[in-house]
Each structure stands twice: as structure tokens, then as C-alpha cells.
Design a protein around this ligand. Sequence first.
Ligand code: HEM
Length: 361
Amino acid sequence: MSQPPLSYEKYLKLDTLLSAQSPLSFERGRPAHEEMLFITTHHTYEIWFKQILFELDSILELFGSPVVDERSMETVVSRLGRINLIFRVLVQQVEILETMTPMDFLEFRDLIFAASGFQSFQFRLLENKLGLRSADRLPFHEKPYYVELSQEKAKLARDAESKPSLFDGLNAWLARTPFLKSEDFQFWKEYQAATNIMFQHDQDFIQQNDNLNAAEKTRLLENIAGSRRMFESLFDKNEYDRRLKNAEWRLSYDAIHAALLIQLYREQPIFQLPFRLITEVLNLDSLMTQWRYRHSILVKRMLGQRIGTGGSSGEDYLRRATDQHKIFEDFYKLTTFFIPRSRRPELPKSFASQLDFAFKG
Ligand code: HEM
């Protein structure tokens, strides 16, 4: 039997999708015009969250295999790029909701009590799949975030916490970088030597500079000594492990080495894709923070000092969450340890040829 031709409406299930924007104020006979925009905006966010989760799940699956096929890294980088583009739209979209004034919001705000974006299951799933740890979260009324979800959703969100996240996948993948173990070039040893030369040079420059008085020299030399101590803490594995335990770092020691190697020598053909991957992750972290910040400003604009419909301290809670709910912070911290190109250890030819894509047939 032949199927009836598919229509646009049927294919997209538009009846279901478009029946969901039904303002409560209209149903209750007190129509508040702006409520439609409020609902539509939330729906578009949730639909984009769904797409982001779909992309993220496929990335986690690729990272999940014991040996990640390097050919799949292009897919990972492209999909992360797509997630970031969506996030850019999500940040910008806040402006549309800001065309609703606080007075307009007050017309229907009481009706939506105690519903809150805090109960967005997809947002929690996203945070957990990216790698936000429970211990790093701000408590909400001294309780964990999942008490605000239904039992079934809370279980799913917590299950996601116990599975490898994007952070975990990236951390393990970086730590496996084969070039760290090369006999031709011992990156860590060479890098340490290069930083020693750099600091010695800076120190000599200050000491021999006749344009600086004694007090200025002392201040600048103390600055260099401070930077040097910071670098030394990275070279001392025990010290690094202590800081890792203290949650001052999150990436493993090997992953830190790999992330530095890739970024210092990013022009090498084999590091170009890994470099783009790190860049996308930095972009993602930045966009998540931008979204949180933008949302907190929206909330300040709409509520002032009022508490949220979910009962939090409103803008104050959201601002603190913006500062604290970070996942890929280590990649930013690592920039401290970059050294100028001119000071990088030179790669021996035997090693550099392993990083090449050139066809040697
Ligand atoms: C008039 C517009 C909005 C207001 C006044 C508002 C208010 C708030 C407040 C006060 C909170 C803190 C929890 C609470 O006490 O309720 C919150 C959390 C949240 N809202 Fe909104 N919101 C608005 C729009 C949106 C939109 C469009 C989204 C898109 C999905 C959203 C998603 C979230 C999320 C995910 C959280 C949890 C954030 C976290 O815990 O880090 N909100 N919102």
C-alpha cells in the first residue's frame, strides 16, 4: 500500500510543537501579552539544548572508545564548533527577551511560581556531560541541585555525573599523546631548560639596566622570582600532585605536558587538529560563562534584588555560579606557562619529521 505523501507539517510534527506555546495568563482569563515571548524564548533554548546534547553525546561516544581513532578527531572538532555556534546564538538571544520590560514581566510572574530555569533538566545534563562536578557546585538552599528535579530526571542527571564527561575524555586523550614519550626529544626536560634560560636572561637584563634605580630593580627581580616559583611548581611532580589533590589543577600531569606541547608547537602539521580542539574547548567554556553572565544581567534587570521564582537569591546566586561553575579552567591557567616562540626549544629534525604530514612515498 502506498503511503500518503509526507507534508511539511506532518514531518516536523508542528501540531505538537506549536501547541506547546500556551500562555497561562490567557488560560486564566488575565492575558499578559509578553508571556508568549517568555514561553517561546524558553522553548527555543530547550530545543537548542537538545541539539547540543545530541552533538555532545556523539562526541562522548567517540572519546569513549579505548583507542580514539585519530580520524574521528575532525568530527569531534567540527561538532564542538557547531555547539559553539549554537551557544553564540543562545547568548545573543537574551536580547530578544530583554524587549520585555520588568513591569510587563510582573503582569504574569506570580502565575509561574515556583517554576524556574533552575529546574531545567537538559541544562543540568549538559553541565554534567561537559564535566561540572557535584563538589564544585554552589548548594541551592543548602541542598544539591537534583532535589529540584523529578525523581526520574534526578536519577538520569546523576547517572551522567558518574559517566566520563567531555573533560574526562579530553584529559585521557591528551595524556595518551605519543610524542611525550619520544626518545628523540624529551619535551619536558627541554622546556624546563628553556624556561631557566628565559628567566636568567630577564634577570640579567634588569640587573644590568642602568635606567632602573635600586628599588625598581628589587621590585622587578621579585616579580621574576615569583614567576619562577610558579613554573617550578609545575616541574615538581609531587608539588603538582599536591595541587591536583587540592583541586588547584584538574588535568593530569601528562595531560598538562601534552596541552603545552601542542600549543607551543601548534604549527606542526600533526598538532594542528589537536590545537583546534583545545581552542574549541576554550571557546565553549568562554561561551558558557558568557551565557551565565548575560542571564544574570537579564535577571538583575527583571527582578532587581527580588528572589527568584525558584527561591534563590536571584542575581546574586547566578553571579556566584558564573564565577564558580567552571569546567575547563586549567586550559586558561596553562597560558601562564607559554613562552615566546623565539625561546622555544628547537625540535630535532628526527622528531620534527614525525610531526609532519608530508607523503614520504
Ligand atoms: C525574565 C527572564 C528570566 C528570569 C527573571 C530568570 C530568573 C532566574 C533566576 C532567579 C534563577 C535562579 C534560580 C531561581 O531562584 O529561580 C534562574 C536560573 C536559571 N535560569 Fe533563568 N530567568 C529568566 C530567563 C531564562 C531563560 C530564557 C532561560 C533559558 C533556558 C533560563 C534558564 C535558567 C537556568 C538554566 C537556570 C539555572 C542556572 C544555574 O543554576 O546555574 N532563564 N533564572
